[in-house]
Design a binder for this molecule. Structure first.
Ligand SMILES: C[S@@+](CC[C@H](N)C(=O)[O-])C[C@H]1O[C@@H](n2cnc3c(N)ncnc32)[C@H](O)[C@@H]1O
Length: 407
């Protein structure tokens, strides 16, 4: 029985109404008519009866099998419009009429962080991404998302899998590209013993990895895994948060700097290792608040030797349990918020009763952003500007930056 796709779900599945109720359809677009077997309310492998004019040939040869991307069958303009609409709809559900002004999409081959899975096989090893809704590992040597430097580590990861994966288990490799090369944090492999340590250390040398850790233990730290934030150079602790693409980071930093131009004192909340703090310190004194003390220590170390920056202070603080209070917020001309997916409900609650007039909010979750925006508008803020910064091209993930002001 054919199904007509009405719209996309938040996971970018097509949604159709069938005799059995709502049906989710993988890799389908609004307006398309599809057919296929419904299992547990979902068609995983639809055949397209009538294609949308927005349908394109997926640029990646692994797209059908790999579970990393979900929107490569759609034109770039469709994906951009859809992401903007998800943000606008989340705001509209809170009674806020706003339009996304711009969308800045990172180019292909730009993601500088990735998590690969490694398994031992009869022939040797298999390293790649998981297939959709499956624990099968798919090799992705021609992935169109990742920076080539990350893909170039696949031989090293295969060798590490042969050395250190248990017979049935899976090793997870978290990769970060730094200015000094690729850092690999492996977890889930065999317990460490001297021979494995030596073999992995040799592997890090042979494959020129900047840093390698195994189940949390540092095996090789051959070069500091540097990142530049403004004029400062930071060595983030292993696994620390980093914006997913350099282009996305640049777009967010530009937005945050423009929205706070003229401020002399800024609080950067959920500051990480100082992605915004340090560029903002080119023009203002900045107080960085973040839950992870080691991220702040890395930032502070970089700030101390950087040239041309104003004062940067920092504070390790749980902003969910102990948000900045109104009299603390009132010390600043502007506040930057960049919380995790849960949003910043407690902090926004305190901002509501402060005198703050200028707030920049960077969010990776339109739903919690809209909840917090509703509260801000209730207390006199206006939502002046909102943009989407798409660092997660071809995925359903959405990231945005917004500016709120009040008289
Ligand atoms: C989306 S990241 C943003 C980091 C930074 N602004 C950047 O762009 O690199 C969110 C940050 O919030 C921090 N965080 C998470 N929960 C927190 C909490 N309850 N209190 C303070 N910081 C928290 C995380 O450690 C992470 O660094």
């Amino acid at each position: 029985m054919p199904y007509e796709i009405e719209r996309l779900s938040v996971h970018a599945d097509g949604i159709a109404q069938g005799a059995e109720g709502r049906v989710y359809v993988a890799m389908a677009l609004p307006g398309e008519v599809v057919d296929g077997t419904v299992e547990a309310g979902r068609i995983a492998a639809p055949s397209i009866v009538t294609a949308s004019p927005e349908r394109v040939k997926a640029p990646c040869p692994h797209y059908r099998a790999c579970g990393g991307c979900v929107l490569q069958h759609a034109s770039n303009s469709f994906v951009e419009r859809w992401k903007a609409e998800v943000v606008e709809n989340a705001l509209a559900a809170r009674g806020i009429a706003a339009q996304v002004r711009a969308i800045e999409t990172s180019p292909p081959l730009s993601r500088r962080r990735a998590s690969f899975s490694g398994r031992r096989t009869k022939k040797g090893s298999l390293v790649g991404f998981h297939a959709r809704a499956s624990d099968t590992v798919v090799e992705v040597p021609n992935c169109q998302i990742l920076r080539p430097e990350l893909l170039a580590t696949l031989p090293a990861l295969n060798a590490a899998t042969v050395l250190g994966a248990s017979r049935k288990g899976e090793v997870s490799f978290a990769l970060t590209l730094s200015e000094a090369g690729v850092e690999v944090a492996a977890t889930g492999g065999k317990d460490m013993e001297p021979a494995l340590f030596q073999d992995l250390a040799r592997l890090a040398e042979e494959h020129d990895l900047a840093r390698l850790s195994w189940n949390g233990e540092t095996i090789a730290a051959r070069r500091p895994a540097l990142q530049s934030f403004g004029p400062a150079r930071i060595t983030p602790p292993p696994g620390a948060f980093l914006q997913a693409t350099a282009e996305g980071e640049a777009a967010l930093v530009a937005f945050v700097r423009k929205a706070t131009a003229g401020a002399n004192k800024i609080a950067d909340l959920f500051a990480g290792c100082g992605t915004f703090t340090l560029p903002l310190a080119l023009g203002a004194e900045v107080h960085a608040v973040e839950g992870e003390a080691d991220m702040l220590a890395a930032m502070d170390k970089g700030w101390r030797v950087a040239q041309g920056l104003k004062k940067v202070s920092h504070e390790a603080r749980d902003l969910f349990r102990r948000p900045l209070l109104p009299d603390e917020i009132n010390r600043y001309d502007a506040v930057v918020l960049d919380p995790p997916r849960a949003g910043a409900e407690a902090q926004v609650g305190e901002i509501a009763t402060s005198n703050l007039a200028n707030l920049v909010y960077v969010s990776c979750n339109p739903v919690t952003f809209a909840r917090d925006a509703e509260r801000l508008l209730q207390v006199g803020f206006a939502l002046d500007d909102v943009i989407v910064v798409d660092q997660f091209r071809w995925s359903a993930h959405i990231e945005l930056a917004a500016r709120f002001t009040r008289a």
